[in-house]
Ligand binder design. Sequence first.
Ligand code: FAD
Length: 282
Amino acid sequence: MTEIAKMPIIAPPNSASELNMPAMPTVVVTTVTHWTETLFSFTTERPPSFRIRSGEFAMIGLYDEAARPITRAYSIASANWDDRLAFYSIIVPDGTLTPRLRHIGVGDRIILRPKATGTLVLDRLRAGKRLYLLSSGTGIAPFIALIRDPETYDRFDEVILTHTCRTNAELAYGKHQVDSTLKHPLVGTMAMPALRYVPTVTRDSGRYVGRITHLLRTGQLHGWLDLPQFDPKYDRVMVCGSIGLNQDMKGILTKAGFCEGSLTNPAEFVVERAFVGEERVL
Ligand code: FAD
């Protein structure tokens, strides 16, 4: 792994006059967990006025050495009822934000822009029987929010979460979140009979091996789950991954007769990018 120099966390400016612009709202970091050398998660306090629908993303960030704000889109991995905001982050060695963000600690402040938005929300899907949540990499974050939301289980009998990473180590965060959801006093009893979790790896050995698109095209995913192939009458699908995964999944779903949903026209599937730019080997 490329060695990343420790960069200071710059405190936000105290007054608007320092930057000649209004200071951005900030929140205090409450926990930080590093899962691998390039993946970590953290929680922050939640401002009482910060409203979210489970599955949305917000703009978060830090001030750089010149006190300029650097913000990026981040999926919120906590459900709408959570009193903390949870995030799951990659570290891009030559990125702008994440080589700084990786050094945050409990008590530090990060920028949180006040509005959350996004396409991976239940209101964009028609009523159905099964909900498939298909993710790769940090794309699992919005789906952690959705599996923690009781409304997901009110709307669907079965919820199938898939998460594809290169290695088993990169699956650790998702496994932990699924496990803690199943044990959670609010949502655990609803999730236990309904939630099915399929972690797959592409460059490691494991129970489930392969990209989700390959596992769908070959029928292996549905075979493992003992479920019928995709059917727009019963199945609803959310996808969050690289541009390549999203495009391939759109192709698979459109061919199977699924239509993309919006708030004004809820339908059978929705897609959101887990990041902007090409997929790279990190
Ligand atoms: P950038 O300059 O932003 O990115 C540099 C390059 O790194 C990109 O061009 C891409 O090739 C690669 N890259 C960036 N992010 C990722 C990623 N997550 N996975 C794989 N490769 C990546 N990132 C998260 O870590 N967690 C999230 O929950 C998350 N949610 C997002 C939600 C949306 C809607 C979008 C559009 C992006 C999201 N991102 C998320 C990506 C995030 O906005 C930043 O790109 C990321 O934090 C890296 O920031 P950076 O400034 O260090 O590098």
